[in-house]
Design a protein around this ligand. Structure first.
Ligand code: NAD
Length: 408
């Protein structure tokens, strides 16, 4: 035995592996591929015969994509009911009104929800699917984290089929829906393991109509999620392996998708990276960039992806010292080496992210987003949510305030 172990090579992972003691939650069925929305009918028919459809982008209505999808549903014997369309980040009133509409249709066992759009439409679909079966309160605020009455989603939501049309949030693969309120200001999640979509159908071809600026912002959201879930204090082994693949793809594909919107390989890479980022964040949590992004969303109406993109370099510098080994593992898949040390590799990774952000036109200063100095205290307060609690190190209110002031 001793001779055998002497002959065995030492296993030295090239990247840090979090403790091998974990849970992993993911959608039970993922169908991914260019043009595969053609399979929507039979897939949907496995969930029921009447679909409450919640859509996002008007572009997909105007270019006929939505009508084509409805035809596919009807051909498979599924009746589509287009109950809602949203092109802004969902608010409390949107959820409550749309839930009331669905409840008025008396949903039964054979009914389900389809969410088609960016993170906004998918989150709205997820929230109404859950609220339609959980009626202890008719106001979603009562179920949101950190506000309201703290009610829990205890009944299975209506089954959900998610079809993402942006490559960013990964909401198609997560267990939460992010809901905003502007008065009072908060951006909080409705969250339950029961809310993971039953079927995820990712057709990257649906994203070719996404404008260049939205491609850049949503793509940086995915990259931020891949990085933050990798270095999170709740990081787990399966998500970390996914993050390495997702980042390798996204870092090279994003600029190409912004420059050349119909580039199939870039759109495919970004859609896959976003899907991986969703599974990663749902299991490992996030960090400072996402914490502040929620506050920038409600205090200054900054779109989610743009807020994450602007905050990412600062979040990386803040966490660099404590996460050099993790950031070095990311550098080894996205930056040309060799590196003299983990610290040198971590610095190369941060520089790579900064140069990508510059290349795709992400601003560096918060003032460019309309943020004013007198809003900083409220932004600091609004940053303290679930995302911030995953940041690898504690950041006090004073430090956060100084960081934000330095970014004005
Ligand atoms: P979005 O859904 O708001 O879409 C941005 C814009 O792009 C909208 O105007 C939309 O109409 C348009 N658009 C979408 N698809 C298009 C297409 N194919 N062609 C043309 N235009 C298109 O943006 P998003 O970044 O995807 O979602 C943001 C929301 O998702 C935020 O509320 C954010 O908090 C939330 N989010 C949720 C999760 C989660 O796990 N639930 C994770 C991250 C972010």
């Amino acid at each position: 035995m001793a001779a055998m172990s002497a002959a065995m090579p030492e296993i030295e992972p090239t990247f840090p592996v979090p403790p091998l003691n974990y849970d992993f939650l993911a959608p039970p069925r993922i169908v991914f591929g260019w043009g595969r929305r053609a399979e929507l009918g039979p897939l949907a028919a496995t969930l029921g015969s009447r679909a409450f459809v919640v859509s996002g982008s008007r572009t997909l209505e105007k270019n006929g994509a939505l009508a084509d999808l409805f035809q596919l549903l009807q051909a498979a014997g599924v009746e589509p009911l287009h109950v809602g369309a949203i092109s802004h980040e969902p608010e409390v009133g949107d959820v409550d009104r749309l839930t009331a509409t669905i409840v008025a249709h008396q949903p039964a066992n054979d009914d389900f929800v389809i969410g088609l759009g960016g993170g906004s439409a998918i989150d709205l679909a997820k929230a109404v699917a859950a609220m339609a079966t959980n009626r202890e309160s008719t106001c979603v605020v009562d179920y949101l984290e950190g506000v309201g009455r703290g009610l829990k989603i205890v009944h299975s939501p209506l089954p959900l089929l998610a079809l993402p049309t942006t490559a960013g949030t990964g909401s198609e693969a997560t267990k939460n829906a992010v809901i905003s309120s502007y008065d009072p200001p908060f951006k909080k999640s409705l969250r339950s393991d029961l809310m993971v979509p039953r079927i995820v159908l990712v057709d990257p071809e649906l994203s070719i109509s996404v404008p260049a600026d939205v491609t850049a912002h949503t793509g940086m959201d995915a990259i931020t999620q891949l990085i933050e879930s990798c270095i999170s204090r709740r990081a787990k082994p399966i998500p970390r392996a996914m993050c390495l693949q997702g980042l390798q793809l996204a870092i090279t594909a994003l600029a190409e998708a912004v420059r050349n919107p119909s580039c199939r390989s870039a759109r495919e890479a970004m859609a896959h990276a976003a899907l991986l980022s969703g599974m990663a964040l749902a299991n490992s949590g996030l960090g400072l960039a996402h914490g502040v992004a929620a506050a920038l969303g409600v205090e200054c109406r900054v779109p989610h992806g743009l807020a994450c993109a602007v905050m990412l370099p600062t979040a990386l510098h803040v966490n660099r010292a404590g996460c050099a080994a993790e950031l070095a593992s990311l550098a080894r898949v996205v930056c040309p080496g060799p590196f003299s040390s983990d610290a040198a590799a971590a610095d190369a990774f941060i520089e790579r992210i900064e140069s990508l952000a510059t290349e795709i036109g992400i601003p560096k200063r918060l003032s460019t987003l309309g943020v004013r100095q007198n809003q900083i205290p409220a932004i600091v307060t609004g940053s303290r949510g679930n995302s911030m609690s995953g940041n690898p190190r504690d950041v006090s209110d004073e430090e956060l305030s100084e960081l934000l002031e330095a970014m004005l």
